[in-house]
Design a protein around this ligand. Structure first.
Ligand code: BES
Ligand code: MN
Ligand code: MN
Length: 510
């Protein structure tokens, strides 16, 4: 059953109220990876809890996950609260669990943001709303608050029972959340009785590079600019993540390279030698055994990627350069979605900002990660990588020392999309965007996705609000006004469709 026309109208009429609320959300500097910002993350969680209360979800709780840990040791820093909420206790209704995160990646004007402040949402004339967290993941989370506001204000009963789980540590590996989900999924727990899970997310609404667009809804001001880039998607997989820190230590302190160069083993030289063995410039992972974990695609599987609405131009526009590894879309998308990848992220202690500083850094930490796809598991990959690094380091015959640490791993997730949950999402997408969504997997990672699927034994899907060119984690992250408004309509419509998928339709799906 489609969402009531009154709801769709309400969303259009209240767009400015919704955008103002997003502006407030973005103003919280809730960077989970920066311990100095922990108070801001906590305040953001408390604000979100209050917003839920204001729109009728009075049954909420802020869950304290205790203290953060590092290398197995407890730090003197509290984890931000998990915001749990529930509304609707009707046993005849479907119960949908909604997950999102209210923490964000770091952002600094100095990195090249062209707006005044990354934490001050700026709505540009072409509809782009620029600010950290706008698309990942504050905009999508607030989409739910918008849907709730309509039902609360107009005194409409929701078509489903809803459970909310909003966390503040996603960008830092979701520490502590797995255990909470498992506990709350048991009889008597907050999530017990959930029938399906919906995760609101960024990205797979591809930016389309086409000039014709028949949807007036996408026309935003001022110079008659048509937002002609849109192909909605529903997502059935995310990659996992294993993240490594390699610390190489030699001298007690930094050394003058004129005095000590060529007289001692240098940590940075060792690290470069090691890191050159991880991945080739065409993206192939060189660590033995990693690529071999993943089966090659069958022709049928390849055909799935051939069908997706994507062009090399889309990729080039998103990255702002012509640097694609392969020149066709199916392989490009498979590299993103169904193959593992290895990226080197940075070197701590490398004096990168200090001009021609001629020292030998005494200790450096190199960081890299591997994205995982089934049947890889974080545990297997960690063991393989550790063994490889130790073996290769030994071959260097360096007298420096190596220490390998890894972040809590995230396993890959893949869902069966021949399921009524996906069918509801598809119908809702058709209703809002007048197009069939692409069914996609995603390259990014959301650590708890698989946890929800396993703990609750239910179908999980990702319903994206933003677009592939939103620049999540990057400078000038944005969410388009049209995506926020239509995304809100999509979330509401999905609830109505999930509620009315009847027994017969459910039985048709696996
Ligand atoms: N929402 C993203 C994950 C994502 C990216 C999903 C693209 C779909 C498409 C999430 O906030 C994120 O950035 N996750 C981190 C996880 C990590 C820190 C454990 C990631 O993917 O790097
Ligand atoms: Mn996210
Ligand atoms: Mn993110």
């Amino acid at each position: 059953m489609p969402a009531p026309a009154e709801f769709l109208q309400y969303v259009d009429d209240n767009a400015n109220v919704f955008i103002d609320r997003l502006r407030t959300a973005v103003s919280y500097r809730s960077v989970s990876g920066d311990l100095k910002r922990r108070e801001d993350v906590k305040e953001m969680g408390e604000w979100l809890n209050k917003k839920l209360n204001e729109v009728g979800v009075t049954n909420t709780k802020l869950v304290d996950l205790g203290y953060q840990t590092k290398d197995g040791k407890k730090l003197d820093v509290k984890l931000p609260p998990v915001v749990l909420g529930r509304i609707g206790e009707d046993p005849k209704k479907t119960t949908v669990l909604v997950y999102g995160h209210y923490d964000v990646q770091p952002a600094d004007k100095k990195d090249g943001w062209t707006t005044e402040d990354p934490f001050k949402l700026e709505v540009l004339a072409d509809g782009r709303m620029v600010g950290r967290g706008s698309t990942d993941d504050k905009g999508p989370v607030l989409g739910w608050i918008n849907v709730l506001q309509y039902h609360h204000e107009k005194k409409k009963v929701l078509p489903v029972n809803l459970r909310f789980c909003f966390e503040g540590m996603e960008e830092s590996g979701s520490e502590g959340l797995d255990a909470l989900i498992i506990k709350e999924s048991k009889p008597g727990g907050w999530f017990y009785g959930t029938n399906c899970v919906c995760i609101v997310c960024i990205s797979p609404v591809y930016p389309r590079h086409t000039s014709a667009n028949q949807f007036a809804a996408f026309q935003f001001q001022s110079d008659n600019y048509w937002l002609n880039k849109d192909q909605p998607a529903v997502t059935y997989g995310v990659r996992g993540l294993s993240y490594f820190y390699v610390t190489i230590t030699g001298p007690k302190k930094d050394l003058h390279s004129g005095i000590f160069g060529r007289t001692v083993h240098e940590p940075m030289t060792d690290l470069f030698a090691l890191f050159s063995k991880l991945v080739s410039t065409d993206g192939t992972i060189l660590i033995p055994g990693i690529e071999q974990m993943v089966p090659s695609p069958t022709p049928q599987e390849r055909a799935l990627y051939e069908r997706l609405h994507y062009s090399m131009k889309d990729l080039e526009e998103s990255v702002g350069a012509s640097i694609a590894i392969v020149e066709n879309t199916a392989d490009t998308l498979m590299h993103r979605m169904r193959y593992p990848s290895l990226s080197i992220h940075g070197i701590q202690g490398a004096f990168s900002d200090d001009g021609p500083k001629s020292v030998i850094p005494g200790q450096i930490i190199g960081k890299f990660s591997i994205r995982l796809v089934p049947p890889m598991t974080a545990k297997k990959v960690e063991a393989q990588v550790e063994l490889f690094l130790q073996t290769e380091f030994a071959k260097l015959k360096s007298k420096n020392t190596i220490k390998i640490d890894h972040m809590e791993g995230a396993n890959p997730w893949l869902a069966n999309y021949d399921h009524w949950n996906f069918r509801a999402a598809k119908i809702a997408t058709q209703a809002v965007y007048k197009k069939d969504p692409d069914f996609t997997r995603e390259g990014g990672s959301i650590p708890v996705t698989l946890t929800f699927q396993d703990a609750l034994n239910v179908n999980v899907l990702l319903l994206p609000m933003g677009r592939g060119d939103d620049g999540a984690h990057a400078q000038n992250e944005k969410l388009d006004r049209g995506n926020f408004i239509n995304g809100t309509k999509l979330l509401g419509s999905y609830l109505y469709e999930v509620a009315t998928i009847d027994k017969k339709q459910r039985a048709q799906c696996k």
